[in-house]
Every structure is written in C-alpha cells, then in structure tokens.
Design a binder for this molecule. Structure first.
Ligand SMILES: C[S@@+](CC[C@H](N)C(=O)[O-])C[C@H]1O[C@@H](n2cnc3c(N)ncnc32)[C@H](O)[C@@H]1O
Length: 351
C-alpha cells in the first residue's frame, strides 16, 4: 500500500514539474513576442548599420542615434538575450547573427522588422480580439479608417509600408523569375504594383516586353523603379483604382499580394476589371501564398491573421478558393507554379 502511495506521489510531482515547464515555455513565447518591438526599435535606429564596422558601447551608439544612453543600454542588454547583439567584457556591443540580418542592403530584414513594429501596425494587432469576435477588421477598429485609406493622411506610414513591400519584392523576384518564363509576354501590366520593383525586374529580364505600372495616384507618384533610364522608354505608369478600371490591352497581368488584401466580393471585382481589359490570349498571374492543407505551421497562416487584422476582409486562400474566384470573374485556373519563395504563381486564362 505504502509503495503504491509513493508511486502516486512521484507521478504527481513529475506532472507538476512538467506543467511548470510548459507554463515557462508559454511565458517565454509571450515575452519573445513582445521583444519584436525591441528589435523594431533597433531596426528603426539603424543599430545594425552602426555596428558594421565593429563593437561599440551603448554611450557611443546613443550619441550616434540621439537615444537616451542608459535606456539604450537596457534595450541592447535585452537584445543580447535574443541573439540580436552580443556584449563583451568591456560592455561593448557587436552584431550577433540575427542582428546582422538587420543591416541595410538587398538581403536585409530591416524594412520588414520596422513595419511589424510600427505603432500603426502594432495598434491594429492589439485589436485582434475585435476581429475574432466580430469578423471585421482590427485596423478599422483601431484607426477608424481602412489600411490603404490611412496612408492618404500618413505619408510616413506609407513610406515604411512601401519600403517593406519593395525589399520583399527584391528578395522574391529572382525566385519568381527562376520559376516562370515571361519571354512570350509583350505587354505586362502590374496591377497594384506599388513602387514597381517587380515590374522593373521582369522587364529587365525580358527586354522585348513593355510594361504598365498601375496603382493609386499617390503610390505611382513615387514609382522610381520603373522610371530608371534603362526602362523609362518601355514602361509607363498609370494612376487609378482597380475597382473602377484597369489599363487594357496587356497580354500578361500581374497581381502580386493584391488579391489577399480583399474579401471575395472585392477580389472578384478586381478580377472582372482585368477580364474586361485582358487580351484574349492573355495570362493573369497572381503571386500569392497558397494556403496548404493541414494545420502545421506555415507562413500563410501567419499572413492570414495579418490580413484579418490589417485589411478589409483580406485572407490567404487555398488553390480551390483561387479557382472559384477565377470562375466567378470569367477566368479559368490553368496551373499553379511553386517558387523557392513563400509565394506561388497562380496562373489563369480567360475562360
Ligand atoms: C500589398 S501591396 C502589394 C504591392 C506590390 N504588388 C508588391 O507586391 O510589392 C497592395 C498594393 O495595392 C495597391 N492598391 C490598394 N488599393 C488600390 C486600388 N483601389 N487601386 C489600385 N491599387 C490599389 C496599394 O497601393 C499597394 O501598392
């Protein structure tokens, strides 16, 4: 009897230890989530660039960034614990491997990190519960206007968003070009093409094609990528709303990370406007994350929540859901081409 009681007590203690470990694990998970804000501040201050030449103290970094020295030290001490910087015995900080990814440059994670730490994005994520309870956008609940409308009054926010989009395109475009043959395209229309980094790269890789960059007026105004001297003669910019009209006559229409911003009804409106504009033998290419079956961790599931929070009804979709959107807009899904980036190319032709 006493033996059985001992076994029960050992089991009880073991399970209490396991529960405490799981609690600690969850606690760490939540704390590290909040550290995103600390990493974003380091990204905004350009700490990684300032450490490129070698280790510096918090006082030296504070002089260069205008930060409050003892508080910058506290930030850097916390960032040491999550592998962004390392600290030596003389209290000097240097870049750790994760921090090196925040240096400015073509492979940089700086713009993305800044964007997700921006107060206007962070505030919207703070309203996630509103979305979960109502199915309506957290961003509108937090800011009173939609995500893209917000930019009209907040040019600095727009600049951080498009810097993030452009950097992301620069990382993804080589992988898109490696996966898809654009050589037969004659006139490529990039709808909601932002500042034009995708279109510029596709045109450079396909010298026989001309291009049209289409986006809202305040966005195409800053589309420097397609105004480079080597492209200006074969690429025009057109301002307008894809809910009203889309430039016509193209035989290749690109929509990169646009359809995921909208609910099904708005997405079909955009696709119908493209259907009215596209040449009969044209191809429509959506560059999107395709939601896989199953509930294992996948980038698309994070992005899906991000769309829920930021946009008016946006979501990530499965291949079948894209097929249905195409059908409703007069297109037929012809194939889905995976790329080495998180995006696939979902190709459709006029039905
Ligand atoms: C998520 S961003 C994608 C930008 C770009 N395609 C990329 O991947 O980098 C969505 C784009 O849609 C544009 N957009 C939003 N509403 C629009 C509208 N009504 N008409 C045209 N473009 C619009 C935004 O300005 C933005 O450039």
């Amino acid at each position: 009897m006493r033996g059985a009681a001992l076994v029960t007590e050992v089991e009880r203690q073991t399970s209490a230890v396991e529960e405490a470990e799981v609690t600690r694990e969850l606690f760490d998970f939540v704390s590290k989530g909040l550290m995103v804000q600390a990493v974003a501040v380091a990204a905004r201050l350009g700490i990684a660039d300032l450490l490129t030449e070698g280790a510096k103290t918090a006082e030296e970094l504070a002089r260069e960034t205008g930060a409050h020295p003892p508080t910058l030290y506290r930030l850097l001490r916390a960032l040491t614990g999550v592998g962004i910087v390392a600290q030596d015995d003389d209290l000097r900080f240097s870049l750790a491997p994760l921090g090196a990814a925040l240096r400015s440059g073509p492979e940089s994670a700086r713009e993305r990190t800044r964007f997700f730490g921006e107060p206007y994005v962070w505030d919207a994520w703070g309203h996630l519960e509103h979305s979960v309870m109502t199915g309506t956008p957290a961003f509108r609940d937090a800011h009173g206007v939609g995500f893209f409308e917000f930019f009209a009054e907040n040019p600095e926010a727009e600049a951080t968003f498009h810097a993030f989009m452009t950097r992301q395109s620069e990382l993804q475009v080589p992988l898109i070009l490696a996966a898809y043959d654009f050589s037969e395209a004659r006139k490529i229309v990039d709808v909601g093409g932002g500042h034009g980094s995708l279109l510029a790269a596709v045109l450079r890789a396909n010298p026989g094609a001309t291009g049209v960059l289409y986006d809202l007026a305040e966005v195409v105004e800053n589309a420097t990528h397609v105004r480079a001297p080597d492209l200006a003669a074969r690429c025009e910019t057109v301002a307008g709303s894809f809910f009203e009209t889309v430039p016509d006559g193209g035989d290749c229409y690109l929509l990169k990370l646009v359809i995921h911003d909208w609910d099904d009804q708005r997405a079909v409106e955009i696709l119908r406007n493209i259907r009215a504009a596209i040449a009969d033998e044209g191809r429509l290419l959506l560059l999107e994350a395709v939601m896989p079956a199953g509930n294992d961790y996948h980038h698309a599931k994070f992005m899906d929540l991000n769309m829920l929070v930021l946009t008016d009804g946006g979501r990530e979709r499965t291949e079948d859901e894209f097929r249905e959107l195409f059908r409703a807009a007069g297109f037929a899904l012809s194939r889905t081409v995976a790329t080495a980036s998180p995006l696939s190319i979902v190709e459709a032709v006029p039905a």
